[in-house]
Design a protein around this ligand. Structure first.
Ligand code: NDP
Ligand code: OXD
Length: 325
């Protein structure tokens, strides 16, 4: 039960209900955890169901939110919100996205894992092991390698801090070019080329918006620094698949523009079985698994925010609709 400011008491039954609208995974755990404090439904009773005050969504069915008259806010189950904006019936209510230490920690692990594997020549050692070869290649120092992070937001900054602690030189590119200690920061269109020219290993942690769609293309990859101690440029994308052109990455690898790539996201997901990226010997594929939202960490803070909203307080972690992230 939750006390209200007007002295009445809100019970589970009198609080607005939560619509949980998810495609692509089983929402059972989210259902259990959100139901602890609110009634949760998987479908509105009618398109204009007045009992629904909040929606918790991941790739919701198009138009399911369009006509709910008492909807106060939509909560994205992920940090990214492109899945919401692709719905033509998205209503004009506040959108809250995931910003959580637990998610940043997972993404930092993924980024450090992939950066270190490329840096410490994991691919070469796996090939040598298959051939029972006992050979030690030259090992560049971390401070001889520049990792450039495209998208220096919550996840990019957390990864940058860990990479700095590991000894890498870190560059960051963002829309505004906001400064960060220990990172050479570049901003906007004019900052992109100098950022790329100073980067040996590119980590993409951008949101997908109209401005970023397809940005990781052949032309961009051609500007990365190839003459470096790693013996070539490396791409790591854990942002969104439609930031990149899959075919351009394959071409860049085959033409020696890229040495290796680690890809967690793809233009089409699941990655079609026919994609040449699956079998490319210099590509490391993971199935959009770099940082998965954990309901055990996220459902409680979402319910807290719903209660704050009911009390008339401002919501946190709001999406800027004009910017698209
Ligand atoms: P934030 O909103 O905190 O940060 C976004 C960053 O991207 C900011 O630095 C922003 O610039 C920058 N940016 C946005 N648009 C542009 C642009 N047009 N040009 C240059 N820079 C731009 O997002 P998060 O760090 O929380 O998350 C980033 C993305 O990671 C998510 O949107 C999602 O797509 C992806 N993700 C992937 C996961 C996975 O498992 N693969 C898991 C979780 C998230 P500025 O600082 O100036 O605003
Ligand atoms: C997210 C994701 O955006 O998991 O959080 O992709």
């Amino acid at each position: 039960m939750t006390g209200q400011t007007d002295g009445t008491t809100m019970t589970q039954a009198t609080k607005g209900r939560v619509l949980l609208s998810v495609t692509g995974f089983n929402p059972q755990r989210w259902h259990e955890l959100l139901s602890v404090r609110r009634e949760v439904v998987l479908e509105p009773q009618a398109p204009s169901d007045p009992s629904i005050h909040y929606a918790v969504v991941w790739k919701q069915k198009p138009n399911v939110l369009a006509n709910l008259p008492n909807l106060k806010a939509v909560f994205s189950i992920g940090a990214g919100v492109d899945h919401l904006f692709s719905d033509p019936g998205l209503p004009d209510v506040p959108i809250v996205r995931v910003v959580a230490d637990n998610l940043s920690q997972h993404m930092t692990e993924y980024v450090c894992w992939r950066v270190l594997d490329h840096h410490r020549q994991g691919l070469l050692y796996r090939q040598q092991q298959k051939r029972r070869l006992w050979r030690e290649p030259a090992q560049p120092a971390a401070d001889a390698v520049s990792v450039g992070i495209m998208g220096l937001g919550n996840l990019g900054r957390a990864a940058a801090r860990a990479l700095i602690a590991l000894g890498f030189r870190v560059n960051g590119w963002s829309r505004t070019g906001t400064a960060m200690d220990g990172v050479a920061c570049f901003g906007g269109k004019q900052g992109l080329e100098p950022f790329l020219r100073a980067t040996d290993m590119l980590v993409v942690l951008l949101p997908l918006t109209p401005a970023t769609t397809g940005v990781v293309n052949f032309e961009l990859l051609s500007k990365l620094r190839r003459d470096n101690p790693l013996g070539g440029a490396v791409l790591i994308n854990a942002g969104r698949g439609r930031l990149q052109k899959d075919a351009d990455i394959a071409r860049a690898l085959d033409e020696g523009i890229l040495k290796e790539a680690s890809l967690d996201v793809f233009e089409t997901e699941p990655l079609p079985k026919t994609s040449p990226l699956w079998s490319h010997e210099r590509v490391f594929v993971t199935p959009h698994a770099a940082a998965t939202s954990d309901p055990a960490h996220l459902a409680g803070p979402m319910l807290d925010q719903m209660e704050a909203c009911d009390r008339g307080e401002t919501l946190g972690n709001l999406v800027d609709r004009a910017a698209g992230y």
